[in-house]
Design a protein around this ligand. Structure first.
Ligand code: B12
Length: 446
């Protein structure tokens, strides 16, 4: 039996870029790069079947003039003739994922279409569509394996708990009990990066010629920022991976010199990370690490940052979110802006390049932009990101502003577009956000 797994293309809708002053355009995020970690995990779970994985983000990076999605996916379907097509979903790529399923059904109505990924957890109701046969929400590698096994034996899926099936009455949950599955610990599956060889040259960051990969040391997050999708995805749980399993994965990454940790926050368990660093040094693992670390954690444990720098920590991504405590409070950030400066100093001292990210709310006035600009200019970091506070479906912030949303086009839910009414005229708002991207120390883009 043949399984085709597809990573959909990126949403091209980026209003900050569109309206930004020309001199700022170079610095604005156009695309994030990286391998689809979820999909290569799913692929590894069914590796005894004939599996093909297509990274369409990588494919369009490799060949920007490749044909449009319908045609491109049509080619893969004709070549591979899959029995199952699986797609990974986040909000902004939802329509592309559905288009892939529709093409699969058009090519052969017998193909089983299976949806998985973050958006299936946070917005399950969106998948009540004729082109979707099965939805596997959550960390569903085990569930997907059971689907593949049952399908290959022409059996029903009724025994697979946690699964949603599209029936004549719409999307319905299976009644079977859900089996416990801890994707970070006892059920961890080593991702199969061998399926990504074709696109490896596209996984590059900051103009460096060497490829980067992602791995996670934890899943979920103990914090509850109102705009974030990660803690709702994991129902507030935080799962730390086993230390030796991380070391084992790091040792397999010969093709990748740069390793980005895909955690929401890498330092949650301080002792664990300290031991992880000891083991990285002990094993002589030489990588350049990119991690997400909170600014308050940094200020609390500067010794750990110093230790991590010695083990190869090169770039840190830090959600500053705002320079105002009242905004941080509104976002449930659980931290004070007064700590940002000290965190910047700690990273500087340790030669770590910092990417500080601010989120800009829709109600910013000219005065707010000026205050933001003054603050960011006085607190420059190597790379700075200024994105738009966006009510991602399934988040607390979405519930807070649900009735004020004026744009439900999911393509715009990628932090680069406002889906709420702005106080400033919309073009002026985007232009002002775009201009902020000029405020940073470095000249490079990541
Ligand atoms: C790695 C990553 C990426 C990678 C790879 C994603 C890809 N598909 O190509 C790259 C770098 C490309 C990426 C890009 C973007 N990302 Co991203 N990314 C992440 C990150 C850091 C980790 C996700 C991950 O790998 N988790 C670990 C894996 C194992 O879990 P998983 O993906 O959930 O997969 C499991 C299950 O969901 C399930 N599953 C997943 N897919 C499938 C498919 C099938 C068929 C089945 C059965 C099961 C299944 O099984 C998997 C194994 O257990 C998360 C943040 C986080 N810490 O979670 C953000 C995150 C997912 N990204 C996000 C966003 C917004 C983006 C961007 C739009 C950002 C931007 N503004 O540019 C871009 C999209 C494209 C672009 N414009 O460049 C948001 C999504 C928000 C939302 N509600 O939609 C997140 C949550 C970040 C955040 N804090 O908000 N991203």
């Amino acid at each position: 039996m043949k399984i085709l797994l597809v990573n959909p293309p990126r949403s091209p809708v980026n209003s900050i870029l569109e309206y930004a002053p020309p001199e700022a355009k170079h610095f604005i995020h156009k695309k994030l790069i990286g391998p689809p970690l979820g999909l290569i995990t799913i692929a590894a779970a069914v590796k005894d079947f004939d599996v093909q994985l297509i990274d369409l983000k990588g494919e369009y990076d490799l060949h920007p003039d490749a044909p449009p999605l319908k045609e491109l996916i049509g080619r893969y379907l004709t070549e591979f003739k899959p029995d199952i097509v699986g797609v990974t979903f986040i909000a902004s790529e939802f329509y592309f994922g559905c288009e892939i399923f529709r093409e699969a059904k058009k090519f052969n109505p017998e193909i089983l279409t299976v949806a998985g990924g973050l958006h299936t957890v946070l917005s399950l109701q969106d998948f009540n569509l004729p082109e979707v046969d099965v939805v596997c929400p959550g960390q569903s590698a085990g569930m997907f394996r059971e689907v593949a096994l049952a399908h290959s034996q022409h059996k029903s899926f009724d025994h697979i708990g946690g699964l949603y099936l599209n029936t004549a009455e719409g999307l319905r949950p299976n009644q079977a009990p859900v089996k416990p599955w801890n994707a970070a610990r006892e059920n961890f599956i080593m991702p199969d990066r061998s399926l990504l060889k074709r696109w490896i040259s596209t996984y590059i960051v900051g103009g460096r010629p060497i490829p980067a990969t992602y791995l996670f040391t934890s899943l979920g997050c103990p914090y509850e920022c109102s705009f974030c999708s990660i803690w709702p995805q994991f129902d507030k749980h935080f799962y730390q991976r086993r230390l030796e399993s991380i070391i084992e994965e790091l040792k397999q990454l010969d093709d990748y010199k740069i390793v980005r940790f895909a955690d929401a926050n890498t330092i949650v368990d301080v002792d664990f990370i300290s031991r992880l660093v000891d083991r990285i040094l002990e094993e002589g693992i030489e990588k350049e690490f990119v991690m997400d670390i909170r600014f308050d954690t940094t200020v609390k444990h500067p010794w750990l940052i110093e230790k991590m720098a010695k083990a190869g920590l090169k770039v840190v991504i830090c959600g500053f979110e705002s320079f105002r405590d009242e905004e941080l409070k509104k976002y449930h950030k659980d931290s004070s802006a007064s700590l940002i400066e000290e965190a910047i100093n700690i990273f500087d001292r340790n030669g770590i390049m910092l990417r500080g990210n601010y989120v800009i709310p829709n109600d910013y006035t000219e005065d707010d932009f000026e205050a933001m600009s003054d603050y960011a200019s006085a607190h420059r970091v190597v790379y700075a990101g200024y994105t738009i506070l966006t009510p991602m479906p399934g988040t607390v912030f979405y519930k807070e502003v649900e009735h004020d949303i004026i744009d439900h086009d999911l393509m715009k839910y990628n932090f680069f577009n406002s889906v709420l009414k702005t106080t400033l005229p919309i073009e002026k708002f985007y232009e002002s956000v775009g201009r902020l991207w000029l405020i940073k120390k470095g000249t490079d883009v990541i």
